[in-house]
Write a protein that binds this ligand. Structure first.
Ligand SMILES: Nc1ncnc2c1ncn2[C@@H]1O[C@H](COP(=O)(O)OP(=O)(O)OP(=O)(O)O)[C@@H](O)[C@H]1O
Length: 576
């Protein structure tokens, strides 16, 4: 079960072996400490030998220093090992997640993936933390001390044994309750922060629909839930501590009663009794540790399961074993009887095909336009061209090479997409423009910014290319974002361009301004342009009209207008 974690731990095996050795020595030293007390009381005090007293105390202090040094090494190096292991695990999990198929992200909740990467991994971390090692160490102490006190006085050891299960049960019951209450409180905290996040991102919606009270009530509900669970945990803690103290006093009382009897009967020395009490006290912390260990194991098993669950999801969109680089493109992209239905994440209903038996060509160095009603499958087709999804049937050929035979990275490097929702990364304007070409010089960036008609805008920004955009930076308008996306695509310099409503967010003036730049961009390239505004596809070499996932018409603007069919209807609906 923990094989995966332990293979990681074994990478640091020398640290681990060193730690275990140190731990064993610490256990022995801890075991010896009460012997000094016994020796002083029984041997040194009766003889009134001060020299021996100083020597014994000196030795005891020396042992304490050695114990402290061991403790330092064990805590520090175990901490190093635990951090190495966890960092490896975290990086590996991130790497696996980022390489998953698009469908994986559409069917998982962002929050859930985040929790697996953070809290779940942290839970595993406590399994290999310095605490855990010392917990295991105290198990050794427990067994050793227990055998020893039986050996010294079995009657007293038996009396101690009566209180141990009681203590174990109390620890187990209360710790479980406390943990569960805290877990539920944490769940409520997560809901609170979700609600807070929603409020911050949807504040305009909330204000315009005057739903402040409704949202405040929701927040208060989660806050109250958090309070109730935390209060419940506090109650359990308040009862737990006095109970444990009482059991301890009970144990000490029994030992004192029996011990005094044996001392009076001369079957035990006073030093022996004092040492005995110290040994019995040493049993208490392993019981605590043991219950903690059990809880920790439970939690770690749950987290481990959740981590393994995602790490076992295999992406299906991968390089074929005999994949070839993208061909030296000069002829056409050919879509042949392509059909595709989005996978249904709930797997309860059959999925409706978004693309049905679609066939058409996108010739080299020409502009092909894709038009159709909303939901007719235009974006889906572009996702298939970039292999974000694989076709259910049919094929897409790039100069005759089937899409699945082309190396994935090479395919995507040859296609630049400017999509409807422009994604901005958290960084500067420069970072955003050169996202696909990190080596690009500022000169080159200025060139593409000029072509995308965003150069003046950037020049007037307070820090020019250095201006922060994205979540923590300044807000850009839809049109500005799109022009940055166009600059980004220009810099990528791919032979194939897909423009998905690239000009939708631009006003007429800006649209005209960048039309020239777009024309430049498209001239030497093969392009597929999706546009709702039919004025932008007038000049396309060929227009494909899609309806309900099927090609219903193809031809130039003039030809399709003359047909008085689907395209004409779309056109008239816009311009009449
Ligand atoms: N990720 C998805 N999962 C499931 N179904 C989807 C997904 N994306 C789109 N669809 C569905 O597939 C169909 C085609 O959607 P698509 O986004 O390709 O249309 P579109 O023509 O680009 O629309 P628009 O012009 O409004 O952007 C729609 O019925 C839509 O509901």
């Amino acid at each position: 079960m923990f094989k995966y974690v332990f293979t990681k731990v074994l990478k640091n095996r020398w640290l681990l072996i060193g730690n275990v050795l140190i731990l064993a020595m610490m256990t022995v030293l801890q075991f010896i400490m009460p012997q000094f007390t016994q020796y002083i009381i029984d041997k040194v005090i009766p003889k009134a030998n001060f020299q021996e007293l100083f020597w014994t105390i000196g030795l005891m202090l020396l042992a304490a220093i050695v114990l402290g040094v061991f403790n330092y090494f064990s805590t520090y190096y175990m901490g190093v090992m635990s951090q190495n292991t966890i960092t490896d695990l975290r990086n590996e999990l991130y790497e696996r997640i980022i390489r998953q198929d698009t469908h994986f992200f559409e069917s998982s909740k962002t929050g859930d993936i985040m929790v697996r990467l953070t809290s779940d991994i942290n839970n595993l971390q406590s399994l290999i933390s310095p605490n855990m090692l010392s917990m295991i160490g105290s198990m050794f102490t427990f067994i050793g001390v227990y055998i020893f006190i039986f050996f010294v006085n079995w009657q007293m050891a038996l009396a101690v044994t009566i209180t141990l299960p009681l203590m174990f049960v109390i620890y187990r019951v209360f710790r479980t309750r406390i943990r569960q209450s805290f877990l539920k409180a944490r769940g409520a905290q997560a809901k609170m922060s979700n609600q807070m996040q929603n409020t911050l991102t949807q504040i305009e919606l909330i204000k315009s629909y005057t739903s402040e009270t409704q949202e405040s009530d929701k927040f208060a509900e989660f806050a109250n839930e958090n309070r109730d669970y935390t209060v419940s945990a506090t109650w359990n803690q308040a009862v737990f501590s006095p109970l444990i103290s009482f059991i301890n006093y009970l144990g000490t009382a029994i030992i004192l009663l029996l011990g005094a009897y044996f001392v009076i009967k001369k079957q035990l020395t006073v030093g022996g009794l004092v040492a005995y009490i110290s040994y019995v006290a040493m049993l208490q912390s392993p019981i605590q540790s043991f219950t903690r260990l059990l809880n920790q194991l439970q939690q770690s098993l749950v987290s481990y399961g959740r981590i393994v669950e995602i790490s076992q999801v295999q992406p299906t969109i991968l390089n074929a074993p005999n994949a070839v680089p993208f061909p030296d493109f000069h002829d056409r992209i050919s879509i042949q009887k392509a059909s595709f239905a989005y996978p249904d994440s709930s797997k309860t209903k059959t999925t409706v095909p978004a693309i049905k038996q679609v066939s058409f060509d996108i010739p080299y160095a020409q502009t092909t336009a894709l038009v159709g009603h909303s939901g007719s499958g235009k974006t889906t087709l572009t996702n298939l061209l970039d292999r974000l999804y694989d076709l259910d049937s049919g094929d897409i050929l790039y100069d005759g090479v089937p899409i699945k035979k082309i190396e994935l990275q090479s395919l995507r490097q040859h296609i630049a997409i400017v999509s409807q929702d422009v994604a901005m990364i958290d960084g500067t304007v420069r970072d955003n423009i050169r996202y696909g070409a990190p080596q690009a010089t500022d000169d080159r960036i200025s060139q593409v910014a000029q072509l995308a008609d965003i150069a003046d805008f950037i020049r007037n920004l307070p820090n020019g290319l250095e201006t922060q955009v994205g979540e923590r930076g300044m807000r850009l308008s839809g049109g500005q974002k799109q022009r940055i996306a166009i600059a980004r695509a220009l810099l990528k310099d791919s032979p194939i361009i897909i423009l998905d409503e690239a000009t939708a967010a631009l006003d007429n003036e800006s649209e005209k301004a960048i039309q020239h730049a777009l024309d430049n961009l498209l001239e030497q390239r093969t392009s597929l342009v999706i546009a709702h505004r039919l004025s932008t596809v007038h000049n396309a070499d060929n227009i494909i009209a899609l309806d309900d996932g099927q090609v219903v018409e193809t031809g130039t603007h003039q030809q399709l207008m003359a047909q008085h069919g689907y395209y004409r209807q779309l056109y008239d609906a816009q311009f009449k």
